[in-house]
Design a protein around this ligand. Structure first.
Ligand SMILES: [Zn+2]
Length: 157
C-alpha cells in the first residue's frame, strides 16, 4: 500500500463528509496499525486532531505508549499539540506530505491566541510575552503529590 496516497485519500474523504482536510496513518512493518482523519468539525473537540486520534488507537491496540517501531504518515506538518504527541509516542519516523506554506492559501484556522502562521513563534516566547494568559499560583503542598508518587513507584534519582 502507498501510505502517502492512503493519507491523502483519507483526508479527502473526510473533507467530502464535512470534516477538515487532515489525516494520519500509523504503520509498522509495512502495515497500517491505525488511521484517523481530523474529527474536530464532527465532534467539536479541539483536540480531535488526526495524529492524537491515530496515536491513541495504535497505542491501545499495541498496548504500549511507545510507538518506537512505527512510522507515522501525516498529510500536513504537525501543529504544536500534535508535535508534542509525536514526541511522546517516539515513532521511528514521521513522514509529512504538505507544509503549512503549501496549504495556507486554502485553509485557515485562526484562534483567539494564535494563527497557524504564528503558532510556533508563540510557543518560543517567554510565558509573560504569550497571548494566552497563564500564571503560576504556587502552593507548598503540591510537591507532596510527586513525593508520594516516588514512594509508590520506587524511583531512584
Ligand atoms: Zn494537531
Amino acid at each position: 500500500m502507498d501510505f502517502v496516497k492512503r493519507t491523502i485519500e483519507l483526508a479527502l474523504q473526510n473533507v467530502e463528509e464535512g470534516g477538515r482536510p487532515f489525516a494520519c496513518i500509523v504503520t509498522r512493518d509495512g502495515e497500517v496499525i491505525a488511521e484517523s482523519p481530523n474529527l474536530v468539525a464532527q465532534t467539536s473537540d479541539p483536540t480531535a486532531h488526526e495524529e492524537v486520534l491515530a496515536i491513541r488507537e495504535a497505542c491501545k491496540l499495541l498496548q504500549t505508549e511507545h510507538l518506537l517501531d512505527c512510522e507515522i504518515y501525516i498529510l500536513a506538518s504537525p501543529c504544536p499539540m500534535c508535535l508534542g504527541a509525536l514526541y511522546y509516542c517516539s515513532p521511528k519516523k514521521v513522514i509529512y506530505v504538505t507544509t503549512r506554506e503549501d496549504y495556507a492559501p486554502y485553509y485557515k484556522d485562526d484562534r483567539k491566541y494564535f494563527e497557524l502562521e504564528t503558532f510556533y513563534d508563540e510557543y518560543s516566547k517567554s510565558i509573560d510575552k504569550r497571548r494566552l494568559p497563564m500564571v503560576q499560583q504556587e502552593e507548598v503542598d503540591s510537591i507532596k503529590v510527586y513525593q508520594r508518587w516516588r514512594e509508590l513507584n520506587n524511583q531512584s534519582k
